[in-house]
Design a protein around this ligand. Structure first.
Ligand code: 5RP
Length: 218
């Protein structure tokens, strides 16, 4: 199986967790796109979807899936999204597609966070994938200096503006053994909008696409 076939397998496997006529959250990226494709087949049975990016919203709309504003919902039954790295504690790095802040909000609102990944995303220790941090543009240099104090090597993701009008710093050189502490530290830097570390609100279920089929981690 290719990596994309594994992504497709988990995207479609996640459909089993969708209870008809409930509200759900949907993430962004190539794996989440497979889930959106699957949702297209049950669009008439969906109460509404909160989307994590303009790109996902466009795809949902094209498939006739109703989009709802996160401000109009108290909770979501499930939130389904991909990841850039996941460890055995279901802590995650996200934000490769620059949608981390809206993804964090949706994860916070959802009762169950289902992470869908191919097996290449599984790691023992988080941090090989550079940690994305969404930053207010005028705070970029200050935040970069503070991230260096935490042991990281921040790199400005050039030519990228997030859906919220901000910029991204990708932090290299991190070996994240205490993800909750690092998440709190980065969130505490003035000018940080959010960090793509999902440790305090980690996944509840992970569907892992492997050569042998879809494995479920709970
Ligand atoms: C977007 C994300 C994505 O979920 C993450 O980058 C994984 O992407 P893909 O499914 O394309 O491998 O966090 O901000």
């Amino acid at each position: 199986m290719t990596q994309d076939e594994m992504k497709k397998a988990v995207g479609w496997a996640a459909l089993e967790y969708v209870i008809p006529y409930t509200l759900i959250g949907v993430g962004s990226g190539s794996t989440a796109n497979h889930f959106i494709d699957a949702l297209g087949f049950i669009n008439h049975k969906l109460e509404g979807v909160v989307s994590s990016s303009l790109a996902s919203s466009a795809k949902l709309t094209k498939l006739g899936i109703p989009i709802v504003d996160s401000n109009d919902v108290d909770s979501l039954d499930i939130y389904v999204d991909g990841a850039d790295e996941i460890n055995k504690y279901m802590q995650i790095i996200k934000g490769g597609g620059a949608a981390l802040t809206r993804e964090k909000v949706i994860a916070a609102i959802a009762r169950t966070f289902i992470c869908i990944v191919d097996s290449s995303k599984q790691v023992d220790v988080l941090g090989k994938f550079p940690l994305p941090v969404e930053v207010l543009p005028m705070a970029r240099s200050y935040v970069a200096r503070e991230l260096i104090k935490l042991g990281g090597l921040p790199e400005y993701r050039k030519h990228v503006v997030t859906d919220n009008g901000n910029v991204i710093l990708d932090v290299h050189n991190l070996i994240i053994t205490d993800a909750v502490t690092l998440e709190n530290q980065v969130n505490g830097i003035a000018g940080v909008i959010s960090v793509g570390l999902f440790a305090k609100r980690c996944a509840d279920i992970a569907l892992i696409g492997t050569q042998y089929g879809v494995e479920v981690m709970v």
